[in-house]
Design a binder for this molecule. Structure first.
Ligand code: CUA
Length: 293
């Protein structure tokens, strides 16, 4: 994954990168000056140093004023960056969120006002700023797409708000950035930024019901959890996704069948129990899910 601070792709992360780079240069310079002075002192040349020729108290005044000026400049730059980066709460501005992102152990979903649901692959229009509400269904997670937005904790019972924006079409990787259990390290996501037309078409398609009515086997084995957002990810358009298991594996027929047959060996500890399905049942479920574009 490219380091977000060095590869920003939104006005918000651009501001973070400028702030980060500026502070890095200031602190690096201070380090070099202090290390240089310590080295100079170790060489035993302090007796003839210019500092001794100053009036008592003068040097203290100089370094106190310098430190105060540096900290003040960093404070002002930080406050200005925060004004650009931080999103308003929905009720403060009257604007309602364009999507609600929820962290689960261990996957993400995003729900849009028209009923569209994205699972671990969040679509946004390139070049337009969306207001996203971040929450959690279970424990504390942290939503972080380094190239696009600041981090935001996902806390059960609370909401955080971020601007989600990409300056160009593309696929941007995200992670859960707060330890949240055994599979925390495999709680990835993708943000897919596309043109307004592609985004509108995707949004419309995701809000439609499943193309094929579910077979009885699916109703019996899967629907109980996968139609309840508190229990399992929505599968209405699962075949249209690029990845499975929170961007863990590519969405191929073989990987889909492996998930259905042996969920606990693919991602140990996840909430999906091994149902000891026969090969025929796995094939039938994989075939049905694979048809859900
Ligand atoms: Cu969710 Cu770490």
């Amino acid at each position: 994954m490219p380091l977000g601070s060095f590869s920003p792709h939104s006005p918000q992360t651009q501001a973070i990168a400028v702030l980060f780079g500026g502070i890095l240069i200031v602190c690096g310079t201070i380090f070099l000056v202090v290390a240089g002075l310590v080295g100079y002192g170790l060489l035993g040349k302090t007796r003839s140093s210019w500092a001794q020729s100053l009036r008592p108290g003068r040097i203290e005044t100089v370094w106190t004023a310098t430190a105060l000026a540096i900290v003040t400049a960093i404070f002002i730059a930080s406050v200005r960056a925060m004004a650009l980066i931080d999103a308003p709460k929905e009720d403060a501005s009257g604007r309602t969120p364009d999507l609600a992102i929820t962290g689960h152990q261990w996957w993400w979903d995003a729900r849009y006002p028209n009923g569209a649901v994205a699972v671990s692959e969040i679509h946004i229009p390139a070049g337009r700023r969306l207001l996203a509400r971040i929450g959690s269904a279970d424990v504390i997670h942290d939503f972080w797409v380094p190239q696009l937005a600041r981090k935001m904790d996902a806390v059960p019972g609370r909401s955080g708000y971020i601007w989600l924006e990409a300056d160009a079409p593309g696929t941007y990787q995200g992670v859960c950035s707060e330890f949240c259990g055994a599979q925390h390290a495999r709680m990835h996501l993708l943000v897919i930024a596309e043109s307004e037309a592609e985004y509108a078409a995707w949004l419309r398609r995701q809000a439609e019901p499943a193309r094929t009515p579910p077979p009885a086997l699916y109703e019996r084995r899967c629907a109980g959890c996968h139609t309840d957002p508190a229990k399992g990810p929505d599968l209405t358009h699962v075949a249209g996704r690029r990845t499975l298991g929170a961007a863990l594996s590519e969405n191929t027929p073989a990987n889909l069948a492996l998930w259905i047959a042996k969920p606990q060996s693919v991602k140990p500890g996840n909430r999906m129990p091994d149902q000891r399905l026969s090969n025929d049942e796995v094939g039938a479920l994989a075939g049905y899910l694979g048809s859900l574009q």
